[in-house]
Design a binder for this molecule. Sequence first.
Ligand SMILES: [Cu+2]
Length: 280
Amino acid sequence: MNRFWIGLFVIWPMAAVGSCLIAPQMGWWFPAGSPQAPGQAASPLGVQIDDLFHLILIVTTITFIGVHIALGYVLWQGVRNRADPNYRALFTHGSHNLEVIWTIVPAGVLLFIALYQMDVWAQFRIQANFPEQATKSPVAEVMARQFEWRIRYPAPGKQLKLTPQPDDLYTVDDLHVPAGRPVLIQLRTMDVQHSFFIPEMRIKQDAVPGLAIPVWFEASRQDKFDLVCAELCGWGHYKMNARVWAQSDEDYNSYLRALQQEQFDDGVDQEPGETVASDE
Ligand SMILES: [Cu+2]
């Protein structure tokens, strides 16, 4: 029976490490990616975030393997010693040196990760570092509510204002953005806390009542991406899945023009400035 447990504690970490090695090839790893680069983040910042994830994964894998080797060794020693009738168990109050080592080493690792990730964090979250191209004209306001995403675009050629304008354009659960360059949205919520999450771009930001939070991202390819809510916000939380369409500038502009046409067309076939002839 003891051998069973030793075997289990040896096979289990091997299976865990093995499955981590196969997963990326099988497409079980990070969300989606294009057929050319399966599993790769669909935004340049997302690729950097994945690198941080991999760094942490390497640290935890080394720790995991080390701990299981130590655990296997202790179990094995226990089985061997029990067979010896003269064996006396070691009585110990612990080791001061060991305590110091296993406090300092993890603290050092955590400090290293904290310093190492600062650059990515600063790019993603600190407004002064946002790409200028994105900040100079936000593409839309994304207003979360139970249980949908309301999108407000400025009229083509106009700047987004924090307060709604009469010529703004509206959609629900459909966010169109130009691909290949950084874009910025203003994230708000009408009711409770939600979270704006584009898994394929590794972009996640809470929407907090009372705040308009700028979020920037860049779709590195033209595609349709999922936009979901990552904050349990009520019974219909699961319904908050929407789409982000990353398009060429041309398609994006014609989409906005079509939306404008749809929302402001009064059915009268008339050029702006033209007056309708009267019957007199
Ligand atoms: Cu939500």
